[in-house]
Write a protein that binds this ligand. Structure first.
Ligand SMILES: [Zn+2]
Length: 110
């Protein structure tokens, strides 16, 4: 297992590269850095059966929600060139560290 932390961040657009949702694109809504897992909007949906709990105002039924994916199963979609890409890093003239697209060399972080 890799110790490297994923460079993917919340609000990035990613594409799923393996599994039943392969090829789907979505926005990252949560990153669990210590587990290298992330939750992508509308991807890896699981159905959860919930029991009604009036005390907590929870209705019973089947609820779809996103389950987390391992970060190695997604790739960033570059906001500049639209390609799926690996992420590079560079330091700008003003000292800011940013992520870059390995395809177009564009800056991913705005
Ligand atoms: Zn790019």
């Amino acid at each position: 297992m890799s110790r490297l932390q994923t460079p993917i961040r919340r609000n990035d657009t990613v594409i799923i590269t393996t599994g039943k949702d392969r090829g789907k694109k979505g926005r990252v809504i949560k990153v669990v850095t210590e587990k290298n897992r992330l939750i992508v909007e509308g991807v890896n949906l699981i159905k959860r059966h919930t029991r009604p709990n009036p005390a907590k105002n929870v209705k019973g039924g089947i609820v779809s929600r996103e389950a987390s994916l391992h970060a190695s199963n997604v790739q960033l979609v570059c906001p500049e060139c639209g390609a799926m890409t690996r992420i590079g890093r560079k330091v700008l003239a003003d000292g800011r560290k940013v992520r870059t697209c390995r395809k177009c060399e564009g800056v991913v972080d705005k």
